[in-house]
Design a protein around this ligand. Sequence first.
Ligand code: NAP
Length: 372
Amino acid sequence: MLKIGFVGWRGMVGSVLMDRMIREDDFKGYEPIFYTTSNIGGEGPDIGIDIPPLSDAYDIGLLSTMDIIVTCQGGDYTKKVYPEIRGKGWNGYWIDSASALRMSDESIIVLDPVNRDVIDSGFKLGIKTYVGGNCTVSLMLMALSGLFASGHIQWISSMTYQAASGAGAKHMKELIAQMKVLGDASGALLQDPSSTAIAIDELITRELRDKVFPVENFLVPLAGSLIPWIDSPMESGQTREEWKGSSETNKILNTARPIPVDGLCVRVGAMRCHSQGLTIKLDANIPLDEVVDMIDRGNQWVKVVQNTKESTINELTPAAVNGTLEVPVGRVHKMLMGPDFVTAFTVGDQLLWGAAEPIRRILNIIIELCEG
Ligand code: NAP
């Protein structure tokens, strides 16, 4: 029976992964062992079967007895433990949600509804390291997998509207704390039917600029504002988040000729859904209904939303998509730039398709391939 070790199961991505695995009845046919960096001997998650107490996530000897290790613990953990365990000759499968190993030659970035062929051929070649992709990239590929498969995409510009969750749990809480300060401050004016929007705006602006406004994590207000910078600077003038658009897309698809993907990544006050406005340059004037049909047939989670106000405001928002595996794509139409330019807007839950779900699915695929 395969022994599978889980590290980082109680963090934000890890707990979404546990929830999905329990819902899908995944914990069967192998021996799961849960690890911790902070609570050795403590109790693991309730997965409906008896499990041993938590083991030390830094115990390389113990980890080396695993056939597969799944980690959602983060990049620092990966950078410390992965070279050590591989260095000691461990040849098991390493499945990781952190970005640390994504661009390594020995890894495959996994998003099986989009790159199952790359995964299968990598497995046959003996690849043992499988890493979840950047959330924004994975959600864009889920939305456009049919169009990518058609081979008609020349380049894409993606302007993003990214949720607080992408920055971590503390940031999500801080967003709501910021909203609360603004709500509390404006409470009396909101109750007063004679108050003006301009008076409320002046008060809100004062609050946003007040030194005591809670910005410990974001460094600046996100509620009532936005932040057009995500991650660290690159020499190119992009941020690292923007750089990942092209590098990860092309690695995931294993493209023979790179497809440029670029744009600005912006943090907005959504909780856990990333949205993206896409400009897609096609290599030909393909009729719009054919483009829509290709997008629609991409995978079973993508859903084309009619380009009407009613459908858009009800189906194509973070509020509608939060907590679901659906990847709606709407506002699809040709652009004034020319008949081979198409625009689209897409929304997706960044903790599901953007993080936990590709990890859950690659674990099942590797188990199946190991046993098959
Ligand atoms: P996280 O919530 O900070 O959890 C990481 C670890 O922190 C946990 O496994 C836990 O380890 C420890 N921890 C300490 N205090 C905790 C508390 N109060 N509650 C829960 N855990 C606590 O990290 P994450 O956001 O899930 O991210 C994990 C990795 O996935 C990162 O590399 C991240 O870059 C990547 N990723 C994140 C996202 C995202 O949207 N957040 C998307 C894709 C990939 P112990 O149990 O050992 O103490």
